[in-house]
Design a protein around this ligand. Structure first.
Ligand SMILES: NC(=O)c1ccc[n+]([C@@H]2O[C@H](COP(=O)([O-])OP(=O)(O)OC[C@H]3O[C@@H](n4cnc5c(N)ncnc54)[C@H](O)[C@@H]3O)[C@@H](O)[C@H]2O)c1
Length: 251
C-alpha cells in the first residue's frame, strides 16, 4: 500500500509545487493532513506555501532543478530527512511554448526534452532508490498532447508521450517493490503556463473542441493526482488518466 503505516500520517514530496497544478497538489495534500515537502526550481513558491500551511515544509533554502540527476537524489534524501519516509512522490515539472517545428532549434528541443522527460526520469530514479524497500506511489505529469499529439508542440508531445511509457515500464518493473507509478495528462488548465502561451486567446480557440466547454482548474487536476497517489488507487498502476474535459478520450 502507498500510505504504508496506518499509525502515522502519509508523507509526500511534490516537485513543481511553486505554481499552477503542483501548487494545487501541495495545498490539497496539506488540507488532507499529508506532511508534504514542496520543491521547485524557483524556491519562492514553496517558501510561501510553507508559511501558509503547517503541513508543508521546504527542503533547504535553494531551488531544485529536476533536470539534474544529482539534485534529484539530494532532494529525495532531504525529503526523507524531513519526513522520516516518503510515501508519495509527485512531479508536475514541465514547460512548453507554442511554435512551429521547422522554426525550432536543436537546443530548444533538448530543453523541452530535459524539462518534460528527463526530469521525470531523474525524479523517478531518485524516488525508486528510496522507495524500493518501503513501497510507495509515484505520479508523473504528462499532457493530452502526449497522448494525442499537438500541433505547435511536436517535441513537447513526444516528451510527454515518453512520460506515459516511462510510467508503464516502471510500473511493471517496480510492482515487486510495492511501488505504483501512474500519470495524469491534463488538458487545457488555467495556470501561469497557459497564460504564457496566450491565455484567453488560446482558450477561446480550443474551448469549442472541449466537450465540457471550458478549461480546467488546477484543483481539478490535483484531485486526480491525489487519487492516483493514494491508497484509494491501490490496484491502479501504469495508467494515464486524462483530465481535460473530454478533449482526449484515450480508451
Ligand atoms: N496548464 C496546462 O494547460 C497544462 C496542460 C497539459 C499539461 N500540463 C503540464 O502540467 C504540469 C504543470 O504545469 P502548470 O500549468 O502548472 O505550469 P506552471 O508553469 O504553472 O508550473 C510548473 C512549475 O514547474 C517548475 N519547474 C519548471 N522546470 C523545473 C525544473 N527543471 N525543476 C523543478 N521545477 C521546475 C516551475 O518553476 C513551475 O513552478 C507541466 O508538466 C505541464 O507540462 C499543463
Amino acid at each position: 500500500m502507498t500510505d504504508a503505516n496506518p499509525d502515522r500520517p502519509s508523507t509526500a514530496l511534490v516537485v513543481g509545487a511553486g505554481s499552477g497544478i503542483g501548487l494545487a497538489v501541495a495545498e490539497l495534500f496539506a488540507s488532507r493532513g499529508i506532511r508534504t515537502v514542496a520543491a521547485d526550481l524557483d524556491p519562492s513558491g514553496p517558501r510561501q506555501l510553507a508559511a501558509q500551511h503547517e503541513h508543508i515544509v521546504v527542503a533547504g533554502d535553494a531551488g531544485w532543478d529536476a533536470t539534474d540527476p544529482d539534485a534529484c537524489d539530494r532532494l529525495l534524501q532531504e525529503a526523507v530527512a524531513q519526513l522520516g519516509s516518503v510515501d508519495r512522490v509527485v512531479s508536475t515539472v514541465g514547460w512548453t511554448a507554442i511554435t512551429r517545428f521547422l522554426d525550432e532549434t536543436p537546443d530548444y528541443w533538448r530543453r523541452i526534452i530535459d524539462v518534460n522527460l528527463m526530469s521525470a526520469i531523474h525524479l523517478s530514479a531518485a524516488a525508486g532508490r528510496v522507495m524500493k524497500d518501503s513501497g510507495g506511489s509515484i505520479v508523473l505529469t504528462s499532457s493530452e498532447a502526449g497522448v494525442a499529439g499537438q500541433s505547435g508542440e511536436a517535441v513537447y508531445s513526444a516528451a510527454k508521450a515518453g512520460v506515459v511509457t516511462l510510467a508503464k515500464a516502471l510500473a511493471r518493473e517496480w510492482a515487486r517493490f510495492g511501488i505504483r507509478v501512474n500519470v495524469v495528462a491534463p488538458g487545457v488548465t488555467q495556470t501561469p503556463l497557459l497564460e504564457s502561451q496566450g491565455g484567453e486567446e488560446l482558450l477561446s480557440s480550443v474551448v469549442r473542441a472541449i466537450p465540457l466547454r471550458r478549461a480546467g482548474e488546477p484543483s481539478e487536476i490535483a484531485a486526480a493526482i491525489e487519487f492516483l497517489s493514494s491508497d484509494a488507487a491501490s490496484y491502479v498502476t501504469g495508467q494515464t488518466l486524462c483530465v481535460g474535459g473530454g478533449l482526449t478520450m484515450s480508451s
